[in-house]
Design a protein around this ligand. Structure first.
Ligand SMILES: [Zn+2]
Length: 76
């Protein structure tokens, strides 16, 4: 289902939801070695698993420190 992709893959920033070229985003995955859902940087974009992308905005990078991948309880 990525037929809309043209020359490059596009992903949405998990914080601001804007779309960016994948190469302009930082990719994070949930670390397998940790029991918690800690996100680790995947700078080479080669790690398996669900990827979380963040754009280069300072605001998004900052908020991403508090970003939690889906948990069982709802936020708030
Ligand atoms: Zn963003």
């Amino acid at each position: 289902m990525d037929s809309t992709d043209k020359d490059y893959p596009v992903r949405s920033c998990v914080i601001c939801r804007q779309r960016f070229a994948k190469k302009d985003l930082s990719r994070f995955v949930i670390g397998k070695e940790t029991s918690d859902d800690k996100l680790i940087s995947d700078s080479k974009k080669i790690m398996p698993g669900r990827g979380y992308y963040v754009c280069g905005s300072d605001k998004c990078q900052d908020k991403f420190n508090f970003f939690k991948p889906r948990k069982k309880k709802f936020r708030g």
